[in-house]
Design a protein around this ligand. Structure first.
Ligand SMILES: NC(=O)c1ccc[n+]([C@@H]2O[C@H](COP(=O)([O-])OP(=O)(O)OC[C@H]3O[C@@H](n4cnc5c(N)ncnc54)[C@H](OP(=O)(O)O)[C@@H]3O)[C@@H](O)[C@H]2O)c1
Length: 325
């Protein structure tokens, strides 16, 4: 069996990604070999390719998530069988085949297609970890989602509404704000043009935000801090707009909590987030409570086009590649 994938041997522009034959993949202990039908695109991948993603080593195969069919099973794996449809996070997913850690493989419900399955893992698990495990948003609280049009943001909107929160989002363009409101947000603010704190205080009757999802960082941190309610929790999971954030320690007198997270390194991810996601969110996709927002489906061969869309910040939700190669 030949295995091909988008290989990167040097950091740089889209030209460093080459579709080429890869060494055979043999599932080790606790692993599954999965034939990839579809694979989602993530912001982090453009940084991995460029060499600005911390910890990324060379060489590597692009892709962080996929949906497909189990072709072989390594020793010690229970609960999975050859032929099962699965989805989840797996490095090297922009390929014909990928190895999944069985702990991270979720059963793909029969009524969910591979494109939906590939659109869920990274975005939804990040948003679930932020809102359910770390932020613990409760019914009636006010949640603010930075970059609500991102794949994590579009997932967070559905999760926070399901939790019973009042939900607002931010975006850099009015059309993204309109789309977020059409998708159920109670308010959305263009952070390039609006006075965020003033708008939030007006729309929450002077209360402010109980749970703020911070993903832009430097560019918008001051306005996010100013928008928070007393006792509010900021959950930081990204820094697309810069990492050097300066803030006043008056967050102490306001009793603000600043919580930082990464699903790749959190010790709470597997025992708490994956477990509750399996039990609650996966059935939610099967019964229509949740649905990943897919902006565009492209062939696997169009990876460079997908990266250009991420760079242009034009998408709303997820870009998904389907295997045509
Ligand atoms: N901590 C974790 O475990 C974890 C896991 C997964 C993802 N993440 C992070 O979550 C964030 C969203 O990821 P995603 O894959 O959902 O992203 P995405 O769909 O590609 O969307 C990213 C959005 O970020 C906004 N943005 C703000 N400043 C930007 C800048 N300087 N350059 C580019 N985009 C900028 C843009 O929306 P606007 O133009 O509307 O601002 C852009 O569309 C990223 O920061 C990612 O690293 C963290």
């Amino acid at each position: 069996m030949s295995i091909f994938g988008w290989h990167v041997g040097a950091f740089g522009g889209v030209e460093v990604m080459n579709w080429r034959e890869l060494p055979p993949l043999v599932p080790g202990r606790g692993q599954l070999l999965v034939r990839v039908h579809a694979s989602g695109i993530n912001f982090a991948e453009t940084r991995m390719r460029a060499g600005t993603y911390s910890g990324q080593e060379l060489p590597f195969v692009m892709g962080m998530e996929s949906a497909g069919v189990v072709e072989a099973i390594g020793p010690g794996v229970t609960g999975h069988a050859v032929g099962d449809r699965v989805f989840g996070r797996a490095r090297g997913s922009h390929a014909t085949h990928v190895l999944f850690d069985a702990d991270h493989a979720l059963p793909l419900p029969n009524n969910i297609d591979f494109v939906q399955g590939a659109a869920i893992p990274v975005g939804w698990l990040t948003a679930w970890h932020a809102l359910v495990t770390i932020g613990r948003a409760r019914a009636g609280e006010r949640v603010l989602i930075e970059a609500i049009a991102s794949s994590v943001g579009s997932a967070a909107l559905q999760i926070a509404k399901w939790q019973g929160a009042w939900v607002a989002g931010t975006a850099s363009r009015d059309d993204k704000c309109e789309r977020a409101c059409a998708a159920g947000a109670d308010a959305a603010y263009n952070y390039k043009t609006a006075d965020l704190a003033a708008r939030v205080m007006h729309d929450t009757g002077g209360h402010g935000i109980d749970v703020g999802l911070m993903t832009i960082g430097e560019e918008t941190a001051a306005s996010l801090f100013a928008s928070m309610a007393y006792e509010g929790r900021i959950v930081m999971y990204g820094s697309t707009g810069g990492r050097q954030v300066c803030f006043s320690l008056n967050i102490g007198t306001r009793n603000l909590q600043l919580l930082a997270m990464s699903i790749s390194t959190s010790s709470r991810f597997l025992p708490e987030t994956m477990q509750s996601f399996r039990k609650v969110a996966v059935p939610g996709f099967a019964n229509g409570t949740f649905r990943a927002v897919v902006d565009k489906v492209l062939p696997m061969s169009a990876l460079a086009e997908a990266h250009a869309m991420v760079d242009s910040r034009s998408h709303y939700g997820k870009i998904v590649l389907v295997n045509d190669l």
